[in-house]
Design a protein around this ligand. Structure first.
Ligand SMILES: [Zn+2]
Ligand SMILES: [Zn+2]
Length: 132
């Protein structure tokens, strides 16, 4: 019986030691996930920056937020009143999804939409070849 008790004590002591050894790794794993999450967030934002620098067209302020005078088929942020080159999807100022008016019927779409939900006209967002 002496031996069995020794073995039991040995195992429980060993188990606690393994737990203490693994705990920092578990904490590191969580920290790694957190950093990964931050990196993904950063990449999403920096993608907007890359898209902007790839096109020579500057970000313009809308001369008017009036719907009738707004150019159709051009991505814009209704919140900041900024106009973006074709292919832009997110506002660099507030990170909202950009809107885009259908060139055919003026329906308000998201800049990332490939075509108009109302008339099916292609927005050009999914056709980067048109950018050149
Ligand atoms: Zn904005
Ligand atoms: Zn349309």
């Amino acid at each position: 019986m002496e031996l069995i008790r020794d073995v039991t004590e040995f195992v429980s002591a060993e188990g606690a030691e393994i737990g203490a050894t693994l705990f920092p790794f578990a904490a590191l794993g969580l920290l790694g996930l957190y950093i990964l999450w931050l990196v993904i967030g950063y990449l999403r934002v920096s993608q907007v920056g890359l898209a902007d620098s790839a096109t020579p067209e500057p970000v313009l302020s809308l001369t008017s937020t009036d719907e009738a005078s707004r150019p159709r088929g051009v991505p814009y942020c209704a919140f900041d009143g900024l106009q973006y080159p074709l292919g832009a999807r997110y506002c660099t100022a507030c990170e909202r999804d950009l809107l885009l008016d259908c060139v055919n019927d003026g329906a308000t779409l998201f800049a990332g939409d490939a075509s108009c939900y109302r008339c099916g006209t292609r927005t050009g967002a999914a056709e980067p070849a048109l950018l050149g």
